[in-house]
Design a protein. Structure first.
Lengths: 70, 202
């Protein structure tokens, strides 16, 4: 499977996670929910963004190798 | 004063727990696949392409040798009348063979350069992925444990307070499964508050 496909799947997984969080957040309205959001949801979004950037860069490198060495 | 959890539906927490687990699984799969793809590309370069272009260099070296022989043979032919035989075709063939040999030699060099470049990029990639791996290996499993504790405490509370009800009324305040001291990840949930606890606080 290509890096691009994995990257797309990861982005989709984050989107699903964000959606389930928003649905849960509607039912969970206290300080602990805010803390959970800050500790895990916001962190997950930041980490995934960094990972996607790294994956995109890696994808470009691998594509260059395939193009030049074929 | 007791701190109350404001959870309208315990099932929402269960759904969130499942969502976190699904995310962890998808994230681990994505990182595994990227690593596999990097490794596959390195093997393709070092094994397949390196061998392919080495073979091409051998074959194209032979092509150059034959093209040179053909040219020399043509040059050694006796002149027809006053004009020597044309060698344009043989010279073109030799030039083409040389260009193709040069290309194969450059490809061998490119395979080495790209393999080294990918190794370096892989190191940088793994470094960039550090926080993400800490998230999926440490933080999110901790989140799942926190949710497990909350669900267990709230289930216990609901069973205690409303034995006939399956779910607490939406928006109802429930004793928080863990006070401020439980905010640290992994801390055990405080047992559901009892009516006696509340009386004591009055």
């Amino acid at each position: 499977m290509s890096v691009e496909t994995s990257s797309t799947r990861l982005a989709h997984a984050l989107k699903s996670f964000r959606q389930v969080w928003q649905e849960s957040r509607a039912e969970w309205r206290d300080q602990k929910a805010s803390s959970f959001e800050e500790k895990y949801v916001v962190l997950a979004e930041a980490c995934v963004r960094t990972a996607l950037t790294a994956m995109d860069e890696m994808n470009g490198t691998l594509a260059g190798a395939r193009r030049d060495c074929r | 004063m007791a701190e109350y959890a404001r959870v309208g539906s315990i099932d929402a927490l269960r759904a969130l727990r499942s969502g976190v687990l699904r995310f962890i699984e998808a994230a681990e799969q994505a990182t595994f696949e990227v690593e596999s793809e990097i490794q596959r590309t390195l093997e393709w370069l070092r094994r397949d392409q390196a061998a392919h272009w080495r073979g091409q260099v051998r074959r194209r070296t032979e092509d150059v040798r034959r093209a040179r022989l053909a040219l020399n043979r043509k040059k050694s032919l006796p002149a027809i009348g006053t004009r020597p035989p044309s060698t344009v075709e043989e010279e073109d063939a030799l030039n083409l063979a040389r260009r193709r040999l040069e290309e194969a030699e450059q490809k061998i060099q490119a395979v080495k350069v790209w393999a080294q470049r990918i190794e370096k990029k892989r190191t940088a990639y793994r470094g960039s992925l550090g926080p993400f791996l800490a998230l999926t290996d440490g933080e999110l499993p901790r989140a799942v444990r926190e949710l497990d504790q909350m669900v267990a405490s709230l289930d216990a509370y609901v069973a205690l307070e409303t034995p006939d009800a399956e779910v607490a009324p939406a928006g109802a305040g429930m004793p928080r499964p863990g006070g401020p001291e439980d905010d640290e990840p992994g801390a055990p949930a405080r047992p559901a508050e009892t009516p006696q606890d509340r009386d004591d606080e009055r």
